[in-house]
Ligand binder design. Structure first.
Ligand code: TEU
Length: 541
């Protein structure tokens, strides 16, 4: 029930995947065209970022109609065809469930603005305090989280994200009923589950002032509240279980204890969570300030989560994150090797792997020249905030370049041709210049390429039950080299990753024996690992 441990998920950001109409925006028919590539890659589940009607203030994470398809993406018939054709290839579709907020253009919010009390109660609307906003909370997009409610003199609505994303009032049972209806609508269309957007913040305990902190003051009033746990239990019992559907929650600021409370099997809430700690290994206080990625920090963090949770959602990239290989400060000429090493790492950790589109060809961060080439609302807000704080332009730009969510959203690189074969029109976001070298077509033509290695690692995962059911044991965490073991029924696989662009000593714990199941270099040396070398060894007992 819920999920299958053999799931291998591939995230599609529909705007950026493949455009078949020439309007510069990816669409559902483009995804249908891409299915053969995905089947060939070996994945069996697609998570679709939002495809619902939206004014696109936050690229679809601001939903104006939960049960209709965004016209620029296609029609409901296209969606149904996608579900059917994916199913023919053994691929299930997972939808993005964004229920912390709607768009301010959703009918509920419009009717609230028109004065209908029923709908006002769908949102979090509060009177100001002596002409001031209701509390001191922070906002995820570095805005003020309160906006004037219509023409009202002293009423405000809460928005933890953009002004066009009013938060829903989960104290109102009618909201729960609406969401149940929406979930069943998509389950009836054959989707296999949901990725639940910022799910651990939906239920606000109170709107009291929060303890002041560098970011997101007020979070103690809404992070993983009892109300949220109750809602998750109800949705699972009443909606998901009857369909055998699964959920992964995007859960912000969770530590291990909170993550356990949200996804421990016996609690019957979420099946697994996207935690953030390993993505924050190279950040200082807030994600917009990055330092060098210190491999050992990453290893320690991965081992900690691998050991603590019964099952992890293993991801290194998504539409909110810079490309992972671009985070290695010594990547140098080793893009391919690093991507292959990440394939080895991701496919041998314990948990469900979630790849992001383009990861399979080793796509890198965007090569934006200036802010005009960046679309993301968060990047623009951060730029404005940093300007206000007097941070010099050069540093501001560096911050955006390194952290912008658009790094993970550049158009998928299909060919070396114009616009990377993504679109015949002007793409909505700049195509990376390296598409002439980094693209699916070129990769398909080489036997030892990045794509071939991802395929090999996915195939290995499918044929080695130890990579799915086996336990995880950290064996070595060095300055450069990470070694961990997966064990099942007396069988041991050792995953050996050099996480730097320098040659490193093979740790003696690896020993001499063992059968080499995979390696991203043609020849291996007895005692050395080449830059970003990955080995998977089967140890004979
Ligand atoms: O993201 C929520 C989230 O907390 C972050 O990862 C977010 O990207 C932001 O950078 C916080 O600083 C989810 C979605 O994945 C994201 O795309 C949406 O913008 C957001 O929720 C609102 O729906």
């Amino acid at each position: 029930m819920g999920y299958r441990k053999d799931m291998i998920v591939y995230q599609i950001y529909p705007r950026s995947f493949k455009d078949t109409t020439g309007n510069g925006v990816g669409d559902l028919r483009g995804i249908i065209e891409g299915l053969d590539h995905l089947a060939d890659l070996g994945i069996n589940t697609i998570w679709l970022s939002p495809i619902y009607v939206s004014p696109n203030d936050d690229n679809g994470y601001d939903i104006a109609d939960y049960t209709a398809i965004q016209p620029e993406f296609g029609t409901m018939a296209d969606f149904e065809e996608l579900v059917a054709k994916a199913k023919e290839r053994g691929i299930g579709i997972v939808m993005d469930l964004v229920i912390n907020h709607t768009s301010d253009e959703h009918e509920w919010f419009r009717r609230a603005l028109a004065g209908e009390e029923k709908y006002k109660n769908y949102y979090i609307i509060k009177k100001g305090k002596n002409g001031k906003i209701p509390n001191n909370w922070g906002n995820f997009f570095a805005e003020c989280p309160w906006a004037k409610f219509g023409d009202s003199e002293d009423e405000y609505y809460l928005h933890l994200f953009s002004k066009k994303q009013p938060d829903l009032n989960w104290h109102n049972p009618e909201v729960l009923e609406e969401i149940k209806r929406i979930m069943r609508f998509w389950l009836d269309k054959g989707v296999v589950g949901f990725r639940c957007d910022v799910i651990n913040i939906i239920y606000k305990n109170s709107l009291e002032n929060g303890r002041p902190r560098p970011i997101l003051t007020g979070q103690e009033h809404y992070l993983s509240t009892e109300g949220c746990h109750e809602i998750l239990k109800t949705l699972r019992r009443e909606v998901l279980e009857p369909y055998g559907a699964f959920t992964v929650g995007e859960t912000v600021f969770v530590d291990i204890a909170k993550a356990r409370d949200l996804c421990a099997p016996e609690r019957k809430e979420l099946d697994m969570v996207f935690a953030f700690e390993h993505m924050e290994c190279d950040q200082v206080i807030v994600k917009w300030f990055k330092t060098k990625l210190v491999p050992r920090r990453l290893m320690k963090c991965l081992s900690k989560w691998q050991t603590a949770l019964e099952w992890n959602a293993c991801y290194f990239e998504n539409h909110d994150q810079p490309r992972f290989i671009s985070r290695f400060s010594d990547l140098g000429p080793y893009r391919k090797e690093a991507s292959k090493m990440m394939a080895g790492l991701q496919m041998t950790l314990r948990g469900t792997p979630y790849m992001h589109e383009g990861q399979e060809i080793g796509m890198t961060n965007g090569d934006f020249a200036n802010l005009d080439e960046v679309e993301d609302i968060e990047s623009h807000n951060i730029w404005a905030m940093a300007t206000k704080l007097g941070i010099p332009k050069r540093i501001r730009w560096k911050m955006i370049q390194r952290t912008s969510r658009d790094n993970g959203r550049t158009p998928m690189q299909w060919t070396a041709g114009e616009n990377a074969g993504f679109s015949s029109g002007k793409p909505w976001l700049k195509v990376n210049a390296n598409h002439t070298e980094v693209n699916v077509e070129t990769e398909n033509a080489v036997p030892n390429g990045v794509l071939a290695f991802w395929k090999q690692m996915i195939a290995l995962r499918k044929t080695h039950p130890v990579l799915i059911d086996g336990t995880f044991r950290s064996v070595y965490e060095g300055r450069a080299v990470y070694v961990f073991a997966r064990e099942l029924d007396g069988k041991t696989l050792l995953s050996v990753c050099n996480m730097t662009g320098k040659t490193a000593k093979l740790p003696t714990v690896v020993g001499k024996g063992g059968k080499l199941l995979a390696c991203n270099y043609e020849d291996v040396e007895a005692n050395l690992l080449k830059p970003f070398e990955f080995r998977l060894l089967e140890i004979e007992k």
